[in-house]
Write a protein that binds this ligand. Structure first.
Ligand code: E4P
Length: 215
């Protein structure tokens, strides 16, 4: 799930389909989280709800700052993935953190080349932002397909995590393109479960059952 909203995470987790949570400073700030301490408290609560990796993003723009934040975040919860941006400083930080055994979700990826550099630096997962590419008139799904294909060609183990998902078609197409993981807003997760023929089918089965005198 792509949210820092605790209630949404509780509701999503009850469906039994959540294998991790991604957060970022914008999502945290939307929940009124305005300090490192409150971010840490929220992340710990999320980690108690979801049994899987929780991605937590650094704020620093320079490599030493990212590394210091990453080391700190790594101690917050049992299964952290530190989110580091796809920048020159970010690759430096990824290479240091990954060598220390800290898992990294390389964020804000918009090209195959950034995905290649991240994999070389040791990213556990790379997050291509498909919705933001669509927003500027490009085809975000093409980037997922291209990274998956290049990684497969060179036996690269970094996972492809489809991010910036805006709607249910993104979910289907990201899976078809070979993304290993998708991070999905709660509203889209609920829409994935919906189909009008399922709703009318359920209603008809119930009414037919009741017509026969059953209750
Ligand atoms: C996830 O890791 C990203 O932070 C998130 O999907 C960004 O989505 P947005 O483009 O809707 O902000």
């Amino acid at each position: 799930m792509d949210t820092a909203n605790i209630q949404e995470i509780r509701d999503g987790a009850r469906m039994g389909v959540i294998s991790g949570v991604t957060t970022n400073p914008s999502l945290a700030s939307a929940e009124g989280i305005g300090s490192s301490e409150s971010y840490k408290a929220a992340v710990r609560e999320i980690s108690d709800i979801v049994d899987g990796p929780i991605s937590v993003e650094v704020i620093s723009l320079d490599a030493p700052g990212m590394v210091a934040e990453g080391r700190d975040i790594a101690g917050w919860i049992p299964n952290p993935w530190v989110k580091i941006p796809s920048t020159v400083a970010g690759f430096e930080a990824i290479s240091i953190l990954s060598k220390e055994g800290i898992k990294v979700n390389q964020t804000l990826c918009f090209s195959v080349n950034q995905a290649l550099l991240g994999a070389q630096a040791g990213s556990t997962a790379v997050s291509p932002f498909i919705g933001r590419l669509d927003d500027i008139g490009l085809e975000g799904i093409d980037l997922i397909r291209d990274i998956v294909s290049v990684y497969a060609k060179h036996n690269i183990e970094t996972k492809v995590l489809a991010a910036s998902i805006r709607h249910t078609l993104h979910c289907t197409m990201a899976a078809q393109a070979g993304a290993h993981i998708a991070t999905v807003p709660y509203k889209t997760l609920l829409q994935m479960a919906q189909h009008p023929l399922t709703d009318s089918g359920v209603a008809r089965f119930k009414s037919d059952w009741e017509k026969s005198g059953n209750s």
